[in-house]
Write a protein that binds this ligand. Sequence first.
Ligand code: ATP
Ligand code: MG
Length: 398
Amino acid sequence: MKEIILIKTGEIALKGLNKSSFEDVLVKNIKWRLHSLGPFKFRKAQSTIYCEPQSDDMDLDEACRRVSHVFGIAAFSRARVAAKDFEDICAQALDFLGEELEYADTFKVEAKRADKSFPMKSPEICRELGGRILEQYHHLKVDVEQPDVLVMVEIRETAAYIHGKQLPGAGGIPIGTSGKAAILISGGIDSPVAGYMMAKRGLELTGVHFASPPYTSERAKRKVIALMEKMAEYCGRMKLFVVPFTEIQEQIRDRCPEELFTIIMRRFMMRIADQLARKQDCGALITGESVGQVASQTVKAIACTDIVTDLPVFRPVIGMDKREIIAIANEIDTFETSILPYEDCCTVFTPKHPRTRPRLDLVEAAEQTLDVDGLIAGAVAGIELVEIKKIRLVDGKR
Ligand code: ATP
Ligand code: MG
């Protein structure tokens, strides 16, 4: 009894001539996600990717769970493979969906015949198979509008496939098909959500984290790594660059007006992220900022930080309330890690009264007291690279 996963590509179908290369990237991403479960074979045909386990003892429940988090998939189903023979189709359908049918009140058979050489037409398959199901389960009724159980039969080139209702995929487009972007990642709630949202639009992520030891601890850094290991469930493999930020923060504290500390610090973050992004072939920066959330996220403050980079800055949570951001953080399981109480460099030396409407000329004047290029070069020289390869799940499974 062979089972496979049938994967329907969603928005990819709109990509015209690029469709095939989009599908190739999608297959590569699914492969990466499934390889630790054992060997799968992949085949593409008619906006469907066939994902076939190569041995009988593979965990298809877990494979389906993983597939449900891969971007670029509209819907998928676990399907039973039958010979293109009506008797075998009936036998496999009753065996595969029998338990569901037993506990259901209503059902419906749907058939699609991509292989027109199959001798029965779709309505005939529905009628005949429906009859067989009713013979076996007397309590069932047919409901064509909202059946409890859908029995779907797809007759394709290589075989017949039987499955129930399709499950929704993660949507979006395959990671990598929109290029790369650098995500400024703190240990907070917002930035992992921002990264997830942009990965959904096909961006491969590179993490940039600013750490200020000894003001921020090793545990705070490990928390960021843990967050990215959670994000990897959706975002795939990533690199994380940890930038030493202590010297810069101390110099700003010592030489600049206190109320401009945060804004100047954020301008340094943007400049360093910009440099790193270009080296890593990233075409954009991503942050988890949301208008009005804190003093550094007012319209004027954002204008002062954006001006130091020519790269587009994506802020997917810019118009969201904290509550809405938290809902997504829970969905992708980063929330519990985000609220662990380790300090971030943003909370080191925070001014009592930060300027919410900083004036660019005053900010620039304050920066004149600093060796901006020298400080940036020093920080860049000390960058540590962490490869995020494993995936951290709630129950400790990888
Ligand atoms: P939260 O608001 O939940 O604490 P946050 O991630 O939004 O989390 P903020 O202090 O609001 O943290 O910072 C706004 C944005 O600036 C972050 O979303 C992130 O993109 C960036 N950022 C802040 N601190 C750091 C850091 N230490 N390293 C890299 N980026 C940072
Ligand atoms: Mg925030």
